[in-house]
Design a binder for this molecule. Structure first.
Ligand code: 5CA
Ligand code: ZN
Length: 467
């Protein structure tokens, strides 16, 4: 891919994922194919969350005084908030914010809901749109002003230990989720100057885009008792005393879909993991003058069998050249193509084409077609994951000096691992000299010396050019 930005923009349009011509900057329209992709992605996520969380839905608007309550939090978001100031012609006496995220919408209610230690833990999530007046360059799905697919989970615990465990639990849920999507990631603890406003600390997932810049695709925040104290969220413990709760929250956005598109795509277009592909299988009849009817009938028979088995199947019987169909479905990223022509029918064969490696195989129709399809898709899924992780791991390099790091970033981009003393000024000096962001701390143990100040290193950390 020579120019990722251009590729990304074109594929969203060509594959009918998003229409970015909506006349408000940073706000886009989901088209039918994109909506399906989004729906299947959300289903996977919801299935993972529904085991332990309950889904809720809070209002979009947050009263000004609630938003302003948590000082650090509001400071972090004040430049990004959209305000509703009027109801019709009447100026509101209390302005209403469009949620940039929902702590300040939810937590006043949590303070009403939490009573006793026996109520805890409580774990909620919602999938909503949130609004952030982003000042950096906006890009469909990657940096938007209306985040249309904001999944936010919020949990409440009676101990610090409970919140700490929930952070690990959330990381494990997100790992499973990204693994199903075959999206590689690094997990780091964000530097203090880059944590979520109001959090004790932030853990983040970053992946690499094809241009070598990282994209933050998910975050898990341990909120400690900061919000509990601001919003008076207390519970009665077993001794009858009142204590503040401990909280966590964690979120994902449209960026997940952006990365599924970008990580696996190639010059021919999308290549989608079967779990989220709008169509998992396309059947294309190869028809010449004779024997057309039998071919169509066989295709339809296979279509029905696969649909009965729960696959998302497209039987493309349009009266256009097969080559045009191939091009189109490859571009849309359909994982498996089944071709059947008169010759195949004679031999009771079908041709399978896998989108990930474009490999063709002859499959006998005497065998069980369902298990042949399942085998192909499962090989494809694991290959997509291997290929993506291998490419990702190859783009993580170790730097021994600041100059090393700068050279590496300038020539190859990617992720650089380095030894860091952990000092804030030193970290900022590194960011400035290398002209990158420190993603965060990957491991707490590190033997070497800090690449900037030379003092004994405390952490193994990562840096990269970021979106
Ligand atoms: N309340 C917390 C947890 S839900 C929260 O808002 N965290 S956040 O600010 O880090 O956002 C969660 C995730 O949303 C981020 O990790 C990032 O992947 C994504 N995100 C943030 N801003 C945008 C944006 N403008 N466009 C697209 N995705 C975004
Ligand atoms: Zn240092």
């Amino acid at each position: 891919m020579t120019d990722f930005s251009e590729w990304f923009h074109n594929i969203l349009e060509e594959a009918e994922i998003i229409d970015s011509r909506y006349p408000i900057k940073g706000m886009h329209v989901w088209l039918p194919q994109g909506f399906k992709l989004r729906k299947h992605t959300l289903n996977i996520l919801k299935n993972l969350l529904d085991k332990e969380h309950e889904e809720v839905l809070f209002p979009l608007l947050v009263p000004e005084d609630e938003l302003a309550k948590e000082a650090i939090h509001v400071k972090g978001f004040e430049e990004e908030v959209y305000w509703v100031t009027h109801g019709g012609l009447t100026e509101l006496n209390k302005k209403l914010a469009l949620r940039p995220t929902s702590e300040t919408a939810m937590y006043p209610m949590f303070s009403l809901w939490v009573r006793s230690h026996t109520d805890l833990p409580m774990k909620f999530y919602q999938v909503v749109n949130t609004f952030r007046y982003e000042t950096k360059h906006t890009r469909p799905l990657i940096r938007v002003r209306e985040i249309t697919t904001f999944k936010e989970a919020h949990t409440i615990h009676k101990s610090s230990d409970g919140a700490e465990k929930q952070v690990l639990e959330a990381l494990s849920i997100y790992k499973k989720f990204f693994d199903i999507l075959a999206i590689p990631y690094v997990i780091t603890k964000r530097p203090v100057w880059d944590k979520f406003p109001g959090a004790d600390y932030t853990m983040a997932f970053d992946t690499l885009m094809p241009d070598g810049k990282t994209l933050q695709i998910g975050t898990v925040h341990n909120l400690g008792q900061t919000f509990a104290k601001t919003f008076e969220i207390t519970f009665e413990n077993s001794e009858g005393d009142h204590e503040y709760v401990y909280q966590t929250c964690y979120g994902l956005s449209d960026r997940v879909i952006a990365s599924a598109i970008s990580v696996h795509g190639d010059e021919s277009g999308l290549c989608l993991p079967p779990d989220i592909a709008p169509y998992q299988i396309v059947i294309v009849p190869i028809i010449f003058k004779k024997g057309g009817e039998e071919v169509i009938n066989k295709c339809r028979e296979i279509e029905n069998e696969l649909v009965d088995e729960g696959f998302r199947v497209k039987f493309d019987d349009r009266d256009i050249r097969a080559g045009k169909k191939f091009y189109e479905w490859e571009m849309r990223g359909v994982p498996l193509r089944i071709e059947i022509g008169p010759r195949d029918l004679e031999n009771n064969n079908a041709v399978f084409l896998r989108r990930d490696n474009m490999e063709k195989t002859n499959v006998s129709l005497n065998d069980d077609i369902i298990s042949s399809v399942k085998d192909s898709l499962s090989l494809l899924s694991s290959n997509m994951k291997d290929v993506a992780w291998e490419r990702f791991n190859n783009q993580i390099k170790k730097a021994e000096t600041v100059e090393d790091a700068r050279d590496e970033v300038e020539s190859n981009q990617g992720i650089i691992s380095f030894s860091w003393c952990g000092d804030e000024d030193c970290g900022k000096a590194i960011e400035e000299q290398v002209r990158v962001d420190i993603l965060g701390i990957q491991e707490d143990e590190e033997s070497g010396n800090c690449i900037n100040c030379g003092k004994k290193a405390k952490h193994k950390a990562l840096l990269a050019k970021t979106y």
